[in-house]
Design a protein around this ligand. Structure first.
Ligand code: NAP
Length: 303
């Protein structure tokens, strides 16, 4: 066996996994196995396609079989909560779990999406959340995680802008109870309201699904951006037709042109996964290795 080979799979090998419906598209196994190998952990990370009607049985089975932990993706992030023995305050506030640790006979849920966001902005944008005003575009699960991450890291103000205003209001209302020191503002997304809100923000985060499909409009007009701002996009794509690299969405290409600092969603994916691995193992995985593994894999995939 060469020094770069993974440890052999034996009866002592421990297992982690991602569960989803569908799950075949998940990038988590690629980066998690690379990180586990680099840490010298005799663990493997796979994916399970779990249908909604089988979620409770799957959680009970994984706990009984001694899995170390799982990541949870669409559509189970919210519906898994009643199947867990414990859910921490952060995940409770977000209303969604993306990480479960099976420990001492209990299934414990938390959410590392917010960490993935704040760490990406810190590492790639060199901006700390503490004292910052953050504009979040969107009102779905990603917006919730990102808003909670910004608030938990001490953002001064979080502005939520969504097409459906009520969804943004619900997020602000839920999170205000847990983070009362943050100033929460909700706006109905429109070109003028987004321009006004962007003008007051240090960080702008796209948490809509705009950018996922070719031909999508931009979630915010380039004219609303100011040079020096950090523009984060939770959407991750292989590459844009305009010549961007992996993870470079049309929004990030426009942000770069406007003199902003682009931060892509692959970084968030890598860093939320790194935090999950820390929760399971107590070790500090190499986050940059996880990100470069992801980028290399995405680049090598056929279109
Ligand atoms: P979601 O719950 O379905 O929410 C989608 C959001 O996009 C909603 O707020 C929706 O607005 C908005 N939207 C959709 N089409 C729109 C349009 N034409 N104009 C304006 N707004 C529109 O999805 P999600 O789970 O939050 O995920 C959002 C994106 O983040 C996805 O692309 C997902 O892949 C990505 N994501 C990335 C990571 C990561 O680690 N990088 C993690 C989680 C999610 P309404 O409320 O008005 O419908």
């Amino acid at each position: 066996m060469g020094s770069n080979d993974p440890p052999p799979i034996t009866a002592r090998t421990k297992q982690c996994a991602v569960i989803g419906h569908p799950v075949e598209h998940s990038l988590s196994p690629v980066m998690q196995n690379a990180a586990m190998q680099a840490l010298g952990l005799p663990w493997i990370y796979t994916a399970f396609h779990v249908k909604p009607e089988g979620l409770g049985a799957a959680v009970a089975g994984m706990k009984a079989m001694g899995l170390v932990g799982i990541n949870v993706t669409i559509p189970h992030k919210e519906t898994i909560l009643p199947h867990l023995d414990e859910v921490d305050e952060l995940a409770e506030a977000i209303g969604a779990v993306n990480t479960v640790h099976f420990h001492e006979g209990r299934a414990k849920g938390t959410n590392t999406d917010g960490y993935g966001f704040t760490q990406s902005v810190l590492a790639d944008g060199e901006v700390e959340m503490a004292g910052a005003t953050v504009l979040i575009l969107g009102g779905g699960g990603a917006a919730r995680g990102i808003a909670a991450g910004a608030a938990s890291e001490g953002a001064k103000k979080v502005i939520l802008a969504n097409r459906t205003r009520e969804k943004a209001e619900r997020i602000a209302g839920d999170l205000e109870r847990v983070y009362p020191d943050v100033r929460w503002e909700v706006v109905q997304a429109s070109p003028s309201s987004l321009k006004n809100a962007a003008g007051r923000s240090r960080v702008i985060a796209n948490a809509t699904s705009l950018g996922l499909r070719l031909g999508d409009e931009l979630p915010i007009a380039p004219e609303a951006l100011t040079a020096g701002q950090v523009v984060f996009d939770s959407v991750y794509v292989k590459a844009t037709p305009e010549g961007g690299g992996p993870g470079d969405t049309p929004l990030l290409v426009a942000a770069r042109r406007a003199g902003c600092i682009p931060v892509n969603g692959l970084a968030m994916l890598a860093r939320q996964g790194a935090k999950s691995l820390t929760i399971w193992s107590g070790m500090e995985p190499d986050e940059d290795l996880m990100l470069t593994t992801l980028i290399r894999y995405v680049r090598s995939k056929p279109a």
